[in-house]
Design a protein around this ligand. Structure first.
Ligand code: UDP
Length: 234
């Protein structure tokens, strides 16, 4: 762990759920934190947790360790909110990756930082790049790679990411594969910030539609996704 990363982890107030620490903060504070990490080049991993993640971490020790060593974890969804209430607290804001993505795009383009997109099916990542070009033309996408490659290609892909000079890496392999992959490979990556984003590429690459706003606000987007992809999501 880098020295500055330790100071970010210690300074920030954390809540815990089943041994997983997370930042219980509002959107603006979250964006300020990410901005600070970039300004000070504090090599960091940013993950998101929902109820499914917490269940998975209970039985998957490698995933749990990856979560515990991440610099920042943001809470996503009603499950985390209910758990906070049951423990006598409250969730300040639902900070899910898909809602945060446009804010990240603005922040990264303001700070003149470049991004690399890794994950999802071939075709999806290209459509996501198009979406970014249309909505955030000043954001520099320096590379992309779909998420269906054999383990034997991992080092070659990491070389590509490093050669691209990307400041930020988005990884979309789904939970827990993406967090474990980042945690196993972070020491080889030159990126400042690695963000695990699950199905985000599918939303913006238009494979899957977002839930109506009221469902997102209530933290029940998972019901919409279950309706859309019943077999896989069940
Ligand atoms: N995926 C991938 N490589 C894999 C397995 C999955 O790139 O080996 C992609 C998949 O195409 C999808 C994303 O990972 O774009 C997982 O999305 P999902 O909604 O299942 O993630 P969650 O947010 O539920 O963890």
């Amino acid at each position: 762990m880098y020295k500055n990363e330790t100071s970010i982890k210690k300074r920030e107030k954390k809540n815990h759920l089943l041994g997983i620490p997370f930042s219980n903060i509002d959107l603006q504070t979250a964006l300020n934190l990410v901005g600070e990490i970039l300004d000070q080049t504090i090599h960091s991993n940013l993950f998101f947790i929902n109820a499914h993640c917490i269940n998975t971490s209970y039985s998957n020790i490698e995933y749990k360790k990856a979560l515990q060593k991440a610099s920042i974890i943001f809470p996503d969804g009603s499950g985390v909110s209910y758990a906070c209430k049951m423990l006598g607290g409250s969730l300040t804001e639902n900070l899910n990756g898909t809602d945060l993505f446009p804010h990240f795009c603005s922040l990264f383009s303001e700070k003149n930082k470049s991004i690399y997109l890794l994950g999802a099916k071939p075709g999806t990542v290209e459509r996501l790049e198009e979406w970014i070009e249309n909505h955030y033309p000043s954001l520099n996408v320096v590379g992309k790679q779909h998420g269906y490659f054999p383990d034997s290609k991992t080092d070659a892909i990491i070389d590509q990411i490093n050669q691209s000079g990307a400041d930020i890496l988005f990884v979309a392999f789904g939970v827990p594969k993406q967090e474990i992959w980042i945690s196993q490979n972070e020491h080889k990556l030159n990126t400042i910030l690695n963000i695990a984003v699950g199905g985000l590429f599918d939303f913006y690459g238009k494979n899957v539609s977002r839930a109506p706003f009221f469902m997102r606000k209530l933290g029940i987007e998972w019901i919409w996704r279950l309706i859309q992809e019943p077999t896989r999501m069940w």
